[in-house]
Design a protein around this ligand. Structure first.
Ligand code: TIU
Length: 226
């Protein structure tokens, strides 16, 4: 058993690193690069770049400390059979899910835009969860994977803070997993939603989970890796 103390809000935490996984949510070209799904929804995708460098550091430290790392990707089958029509039919028809874009068909599995950005690319042995919804537990085998490995705590990174990160944290919390959201490893197209998304998680004594910054987490992981 390898314990680490994490400076977090609303309280510091002691966690068992053998039962802890890093979950990196949807750091895909479709959300972070021009011409993808995020841009098709009318967003300034450059706002998400702030999370890339902190995520890289946490990813490197987690690999060094031997933590389980899981990546997720939001997207759909090429025939759209797993895409709810109400999700597909929103927005400009020329830019909808499945429409052709500069990175291939928007939000479709197997297309260049659907893949994870090169800076955070998974390595062998790191599971990638393909999810059709915003939450990583909805219609996926993530919960099974976590339970099979005895995971209790999730260190959550990714985009966007108030959409897929928040949805996943709420799902995880209801399933009995302790979530620590790494604030600077998350980002939103809307800075105010990022702030409120984090505030909602840690309010009321940590109603959905805890919030930490990457620096204290990196310090804790470095001590544990020694
Ligand atoms: N639109 C938006 O902010 N996010 C998404 O559609 N998906 C994720 O957050 N991954």
């Amino acid at each position: 058993m390898q314990h680490a103390t994490i400076e977090a809000e609303p309280t510091p935490l002691s966690i068992d690193l053998d039962k802890t996984a890093v979950v990196i949510i949807d750091m895909q070209r479709d959300f972070l690069e021009p011409g993808g799904f995020g841009a098709a929804l009318g967003n300034d995708v450059s706002r998400l770049r702030a999370a890339v460098s902190p995520c890289r550091e946490v990813l490197a430290a987690a690999r060094q400390a031997g933590l389980l790392v899981i990546h997720t990707r939001e997207g759909h089958r090429p025939d759209l059979s797993d895409a709810p029509p109400l999700k597909v039919e929103r927005g400009n028809p020329a830019l909808r899910i499945g429409a052709p874009g500069p990175m291939g068909r928007i939000l479709i599995r197997g297309e260049p835009g659907h893949d994870i950005i090169p800076e955070l690319y998974p390595i062998a042995g790191e599971p990638v969860i393909d999810k059709p919804g915003k939450g990583a537990f909805c219609q996926t085998d993530l919960e099974l994977m976590l339970r099979n490995r005895g995971i209790e705590t999730l260190l959550v990174c990714g985009v966007t803070t108030e959409v897929c990160v928040n949805t996943t944290v709420r799902e995880a919390n209801d399933r009995g997993f302790r979530c620590i959201v790494i604030a600077d490893c998350c980002a939103s197209y809307f800075p105010e939603f990022h702030d409120m998304g984090l505030a909602m998680i840690k309010a009321q004594g940590g109603i959905f989970g805890w919030v930490s910054a990457s620096k204290p987490l990196l310090n804790s992981l470095a001590v544990a890796a020694r």
